[in-house]
Every structure is written in C-alpha cells, then in structure tokens.
Write a protein that binds this ligand. Structure first.
Ligand code: DC
Length: 219
C-alpha cells in the first residue's frame, strides 16, 4: 500500500512569515502547497463583488460554497478591504465547515501525486489536520510583524504607515484569536518558532531540521 502523504502544518498570526516558509519548504521537499487563507480571502472577495456584507452569514456561506479553483487565483485577494473582510467571514463556523473538505482532501491526496503537502493557516494543526506529521506555529512580536507587513505594502507600491498597519494587524489578530470557531492557537504538539529576531533563512533551517527529525524525507 502507498504511504500516506506527509503533512506539514504551519499556523501563526498575520505577517509571521508563514507564507514565505511554507512556499520554501514545499519547493524544497517537492510537496504541494496550500495557502488556506486564500480560501477565506476568495470567499470575502465574492461577497464584496456581489455587493454583500462579510458579516452576513448567509451571503458568506453561499460564497464559500460556490468557490472555484479560479477564485483562488483571483485579482485583489491581498487588498486591505478583502483582508479585513476575510477575517470576518473566517469567524463564521458554517463558512469554516464549508471549506473543510477541500483542505482535508488536499492534505490526504496532494495534487500531481506529490508525496506530501504543506498547509498554512490558523487552524491546520488544531482542526484541519490534527494528525499532521509536523506542526509548526510561527510567531513574531506584533511590532516586527507590522514592520514586515508595511515593507511588503510599500514594495507592492501601496501606501501605509506603521501605526495604521499595526492597528489593523491587532484588530485582525484579536478577531482570529478571539473567535469561538477554530481560534488561532498553537496545537499542543506544535513546535513554536518565534521569528522576531530571525531572518527567513534561519526560520527555514529550523523548520527543516524539525522535519528531518519527524520524517525520513531527505533532500
Ligand atoms: O493568512 P491570511 O492572512 O491570508 O488569512 C486571511 C484570513 O483568513 C485571516 O484573518 C485568518 C483567516 N484564516 C483562518 O481563519 N483560518 C485559516 N486556516 C486561514 C486563514
């Protein structure tokens, strides 16, 4: 019987560096990669495009149920309005339930026959893949995360100032951590990496060393 795919779960707050780490690990290991935040962003985008309100549960659920693969490649998923609306739809338990099977399916049978999958989000280690072989919770001081996010914004040509970015980040973190449905929290068996004083290379090395101790995959 073929071995079950190796699942690497990466959770953490906004701008903790999850995306950079997840992409790099997936490329290095030859694993499939799923940024689960895109599912919530695409749901929010659909609600906004239909002229709806992200806090309208029925509209958000309709949007989540009608997502297609093309929506995940959609334009503007990183815009600030979509970012804020995504954390509102993500607090809706019915929306989360509607997006669950897709995420589980991806982990159980990664596309293109990849031997494993890296999933990044907020509840991968706690809810979506509680049996993941490797669980990483990537954190960083909020001030560091706000500085990173601001740098990203400026690099994309968008505008921003530190105080505003920090305020938005705090509001989003509070919603993601404080919600009743699958709140952001490290799984009990997650390995916590605080990247406040580390660069991306160092985070990658630590994560890879951990994966090495939990799997036989060598690259
Ligand atoms: O990771 P991100 O910033 O793209 O996520 C967008 C929003 O979706 C964020 O507010 C948290 C939410 N989210 C979630 O609740 N669960 C996930 N597994 C991934 C994202």
């Amino acid at each position: 019987m073929a071995e079950a795919p190796v699942v690497v779960a990466i959770d953490g707050p906004a701008a903790s560096g999850k995306g950079t780490l997840a992409r790099r690990l997936a490329a290095h290991l030859g694993f499939a990669h799923l940024d689960t935040g895109l599912l919530y962003r695409a749901t929010a985008r659909r609600v906004i495009d239909a002229g709806g309100d992200a806090a309208d549960g029925a509209a958000a659920l309709r949007a989540a149920r009608s997502l297609t693969a093309a929506d995940l490649q959609g334009e503007g998923l990183r815009e600030e309005t979509v970012t804020a609306a995504a954390s509102v739809v993500a607090a809706n338990a019915a929306v989360r339930a509607a997006l669950f099977d897709y995420q589980r399916g991806f982990a159980a049978a990664p596309p293109d026959g990849a031997p494993g999958a890296v999933l990044e989000g907020r509840d991968i280690g706690t809810v979506v893949c509680p049996d993941a072989r490797v669980k990483i919770f990537l954190d960083a001081h909020e001030d560091v995360r706000a500085r990173r996010r601001l740098r990203e914004l400026l690099q994309r040509g968008a505008k921003g100032i530190h105080a505003e970015v920090l305020r938005d980040l705090r509001a989003r973190d509070a919603r993601d951590r404080g919600r009743a449905a699958a709140p952001l929290a490290p799984a009990e068996d997650a390995f916590v990496i605080d990247s406040s004083t580390m660069d991306a290379d160092e985070v990658f090395r630590q994560a890879l060393a951990l994966i090495d101790t939990r799997t036989t995959i060598r690259k």
